[in-house]
Design a protein around this ligand. Structure first.
Ligand code: DPN
Ligand code: ZN
Length: 311
């Protein structure tokens, strides 16, 4: 589903549109992210896990294979990519960083997601979902010819499941001058939970500037007629190191081991009294463990947030 919030008023002023009049309106709105493309990426991550002992965990071959596959898609689209290595638990870990050429180098918007799974399973919802959605949003930058005012950077983090290791290493490796160029960091970790909630990271207690990101994400869901709740994700994902560095943060989340309440089931559907993701950190976190509607909506909200924040 495509999110068009801005410029609907001007579309109305233009009046009954010919195709020629309508085109500029949609060209300026955030693009639709094809959920089929995100699902195809999840199938690829599942295949990588299956071919590598059933997981994509730090220090295991399925992790580096995941990095190399995402990198190849970004390289082909013209991103400038780099792989940053670090050591954890006696094994080498990797972050994949991708810059889109152009935009103000002193005003960077960054999107990130962890690409590693736990050792127990393939990690398709946690966090193939956020990783594949960010990948398709990045590829949409190229496909749509988006010319953002700000500079765009994307990160796929290693060893999140071992304690936010990769993202923390990345932030700590940046000189102060480079840190201060990152004006916003948006994190996507679990966006296709099978019994989904629609949670937006609360800006409360986060660096100033986070409220605007929270509101932008909320507006994206509102445009899709989806109600949201705020959630305090605290230090549970990769935004934490950015927040500690004073960088405004935001994100979305469809829920992990927590239980959906009856009030939530009434507004979102799904099953009350059951976990948002019954396969969280288990071997059953496969391509079968994804709610396509939640995946689709979150991917479109990510695009909406990037287009809005970076325009
Ligand atoms: N950090 C997630 C994990 O990888 O296990 C789960 C999570 C994400 C929990 C976001 C809360 C909020
Ligand atoms: Zn996760």
């Amino acid at each position: 589903m495509r999110i068009i919030t801005a410029l609907l008023a001007s579309a109305a002023l233009i009046g009954a549109g010919t195709a020629a009049q309508a085109a500029p309106v949609t060209a300026l709105a955030a693009p639709n992210i094809s959920v089929a493309a995100v699902q195809a990426d999840l199938n690829q991550l599942q295949s990588i896990a299956t071919a590598n002992g059933g997981n994509r965990a730090h220090g295991r071959p399925g992790y580096l294979a995941s990095v190399n596959w995402v990198k190849s898609k970004l390289d082909a689209a013209g991103f400038v990519t780099r792989v940053q290595s670090f050591t954890n638990g006696g094994a080498t870990g990797y972050n994949l960083i991708a810059d889109w050429p152009g935009g103000d180098p002193n005003d960077i918007v960054m999107l990130g997601s962890h690409l590693d799974s736990v050792t127990a399973g393939p990690g398709i919802n946690d966090n193939g979902s956020g990783s594949a959605s960010n990948l398709e949003v990045a590829l949409a930058v190229k496909a749509t010819g988006f010319k953002p005012t700000k500079h765009l950077r994307f990160g796929w983090w290693g060893a999140e499941e071992r304690g936010l290791i990769g993202s923390t290493f990345y932030v700590n490796s940046l000189p102060a001058a480079e840190k201060s160029k990152i004006k916003a960091y948006l994190n996507f970790d679990m966006t296709g939970s099978p019994n989904p909630g629609y949670f937006v990271y609360s800006a409360s207690g986060q660096p100033s500037g986070s409220l605007k990101l929270q509101q932008t994400l909320q507006a994206g869901f509102t445009a899709l007629n989806v109600q949201t709740e705020l959630t305090s994700v605290g230090g549970r994902s990769d935004h934490a190191a950015f927040a500690r560095a004073g960088i405004p943060i935001g994100g979305t989340f469809t829920g992990a081991e927590g239980t959906k309440t009856s009030a939530q089931a009434a507004k979102w559907g799904g099953t009350a009294g059951q976990a948002y993701d019954r396969c969280y950190h288990r071997s059953c976190d496969t391509t079968a463990n994804i709610n396509a509607t939640a995946l689709d909506r979150n991917a479109d909200v990510i695009a909406h947030a990037l287009w809005t924040t970076a325009a």
